[in-house]
Design a protein around this ligand. Sequence first.
Ligand code: SF4
Length: 364
Amino acid sequence: MQAPLVDTVPGRYWHRLDDGRIQCDVCPRYCKLAEGQRGLCFVRARQNDQMVLTTWGRSSGFCIDPVEKKPLNHFLPGSPVLSFGTAGCNLTCKFCQNHEISKARQMDAVGSLATPDMIVQTAKQWGCSSVAFTYNDPVIFLEYAVDVAKACRAAGIKTIAVTAGYIGKDARAEFFRHMDAANVDLKGFTEAFYHKLCSAHLDDVLETLIYLKRETGVWFELTNLVIPGENDSDGEFDAMTRWIMANLGPDEPVHFSAFHPDWKMMDTPQTPAQTLIRAREIALKNGLRYVYVGNVHDHAASSTYCHNCHTRLIGRDWYELSDWKLDAHGNCTECGIACAGVFGPKPGQWGRKRQPVRLSAARQ
Ligand code: SF4
């Protein structure tokens, strides 16, 4: 017998098919469900002839992280971010580095109650400037993420989506309308990579990136997890960064991040730091201004430089900030040229620490 569904809310993006099934339109998987079935993400289901989300108000845990961990290097640097996820995922990445969460099948086992109000109260209590939907992809819990984001906006708190950008056209318009910033994984730059390792399609992700750039005001940065032997050729770095330059422009920050063996790719070695350096050099040669390495210690390649006079604007090692050469408006203090991004008058002081937290009680 099927387990009863709890914490369900109506899904917003689906339609009926002629054959009696209903199709979820939240992401390009377009799962087609008979009564009682769940989609690939496991958190959307057909119940009483409707599509529902089964994880509204449920979280797999909360931590306060530096914004640099999302990673976002140009969005309120140094600030603390209340971060959480739920369960499930709409991709099947064999290299998933959060698989305990993304592959969780039973939300009851991992889910503690987290209403939008409780999340806002906790963010305020800890002085967090933003709340991040992360650890698993918020696209699959869109209705919940949007409700949390609305409560955050009402309280003056920003919202950050950490996502693979695998989202349907109508759903993305609503989802990103409520986000202030995003980090989008561009996992590789070949259809073969997406097909073999994520069972997804590259074009759908590229379409999301173009949408974000042209149709929204969301500040977004890209992360490319570099996996030895899978997406680490010079040709792929070159093609990817040329595409970014042509479609998203020189101010689009890119993070080349080191893979470590995980989930179903335990036999693949971790990424040599030199590979990340090579990727960064190719990206810079192709005209991108803000290119970073991640998951390794490299002060020079983790810092932000003025694209005009090359002053080190923000010194950074791992998630720790050092130099700060931006004025209150985000301009270089040496030459006055603007650095792309969203900056406060001063850097945040959160540092690199990671603080697990329990949620505050809801406001009465
Ligand atoms: S959100 Fe989930 S149910 Fe909907 S199409 Fe994507 S994987 Fe399928």
